[in-house]
Design a protein around this ligand. Sequence first.
Ligand SMILES: C[S@@+](CC[C@H](N)C(=O)[O-])C[C@H]1O[C@@H](n2cnc3c(N)ncnc32)[C@H](O)[C@@H]1O
Length: 269
Amino acid sequence: MSAKKILTTHKDTDFDPETFVSTYYSSVDGSEDYGDLMTFFLNGLSEAFRSGAISGVHLLDIGTGPMPHTAFCAAPWFEEITLSDVSQKNIEFLQKWKDGKINHMGPVLEYLVKLDKSSSSVEKRQDELRQKTKHIVKCDVTKENPVVSTPVDGIVFDAITSSLCLEIACLTLDDYAKSVGYMRNLLKPDGHLVLVGVLEDTFYTVGEYRFINLPIKKDELREIWQKEGFEILSLKDFNETCSSPKYGNDNSDFKNAFVMVAKKMANTI
Ligand SMILES: C[S@@+](CC[C@H](N)C(=O)[O-])C[C@H]1O[C@@H](n2cnc3c(N)ncnc32)[C@H](O)[C@@H]1O
């Protein structure tokens, strides 16, 4: 049997949405390889939004990929949702999902609805998200104005969510800090940020491609967000939360992970 050939990349055109979904989101309790990482992320997202303390009119999800599950947690508390990604393939995939042609989030949404203990069904909640998703746009978080698509250009968002994107988009800590500043400019003062990510991770794979990651450490993460004008309200840590965290497999070499809730300080631009 020949060994699988892995190609190292940073190109968004090498990202295949279907392969990404089947590799990482086909189940929630996961395989031994992923330990409790998925449930850690989903519990953290559900907890961040469940109380309704984070709410408003406009929500932006940055680097949605093919998975709008982060916006799914936020949807009950917002009126208009914008999903965004740098990759055209992901934008087209999300549009098909919005049009009801793809239903690919079954296990994830079932788990989230169970966590919320809401009387609403997965179908109803997903329909709500589809209806509230008003824009699916191109976004490059490494650009000074990450979202330049009319009519989204110019909206100041009440909240921003982003999952597993910044450490992939930015290859150095300086670039990461710049992107945090660009995200801050999209957010209104006192607006909330809910960020999901991995720490000290150098790569993750999608099919035959190995995407390069910025191996950011927890202290660096905290320092950058605070310096860029955010108050960190909570920073949940995978290693501290899970009894037997598992990491370091063929798909990714992360050493830790986090779910962070922060607020843009009112006196920052
Ligand atoms: C690991 S996937 C995460 C997808 C989804 N948010 C999740 O949590 O499953 C990373 C996503 O970030 C997107 N991305 C990479 N660089 C980006 C950039 N510069 N601006 C916006 N999105 C970017 C990729 O296209 C991809 O969809």
